[in-house]
Design a binder for this molecule. Structure first.
Ligand code: CA
Length: 219
């Protein structure tokens, strides 16, 4: 297990690093926000421990940039100010846990272990077909935001991996009972999806087999 620990108080950093290493956890230490961010975005860590008050970049800023880059590593925020405000800001920015200073190393180890037993807040859920990349968490297709229904359709098409999907299947899967007798709905969403795909400039196309269904093909 490898952990990144971003902490500017050298005495505390050395003590915590030493104690974590005694527990069999490898620790890379960064002493300021900039170094912390550079290491954090490498994506090689099982867990990142971020102090909030840091020189150059705050722990919150590091966390926000890590999450912007869709790096799913669990993050524990540390702060000397055990104020609710800090905790809320940290959790809002995508932290998985929060620990107020001073803390016992055993408590930190327990939190790390609890996080690693649990899936990360942002799991990598991407589907690919040709040059298309659909992100199920963000509901984006090659970075373009989709509505929930468009996302549902492209997700089914990519999962079918080029096989024909009957229109009735898509209707029931994505609209449930809502779309009974409203076949035109699906055409509207298909045309929006095609528009988005033209914007992306993908080689993949959605083909309609009249009366049968839809499939994607690499053009
Ligand atoms: Ca600090």
């Amino acid at each position: 297990m490898r952990v990144l620990y971003v902490e500017d108080e050298k005495f505390l950093a050395d003590a915590v690093k030493h104690n974590l290493e005694k527990q069999g956890i490898d620790v890379d230490h960064a002493a300021d926000g900039e170094e912390g961010l550079n290491k954090a975005v490498s994506g090689i860590y099982d867990c990142i421990i971020l102090d909030i008050m840091l020189p150059k970049l705050s722990g919150i800023e590091i966390l926000e940039r890590v999450r912007e880059k869709k790096i799913p590593t669990p993050v524990i925020m540390l702060s000397a100010l055990s104020e609710v405000e800090d905790k809320v800001r940290g959790l809002d920015s995508g932290a998985d846990d929060y620990l107020a200073k001073p803390f016992k190393t055993a408590e930190l180890v327990a939190r790390i272990n609890a996080l690693l037993r649990r899936p990360a807040a942002v799991k990598d859920e991407t589907l690919k077909f040709g040059d298309l990349v659909f992100d199920e968490n963000q509901k984006t297709l090659n970075g373009e935001a989709l509505t929930a229904k468009e996302a549902g359709i492209i997700s089914e098409l990519i999962k079918a991996n080029g096989r024909l999907i009957p229109k009735e299947y898509l209707l029931s899967k994505i609209w449930g009972g809502e779309a009974y007798g409203e076949d035109n709905y699906i055409e509207v969403y298909m045309s929006r999806l095609r528009k988005t795909m033209r914007k992306i400039g993908t080689k993949v196309q959605i083909k309609t087999s009249r009366g049968l269904g839809y499939k994607i093909v690499e053009g």
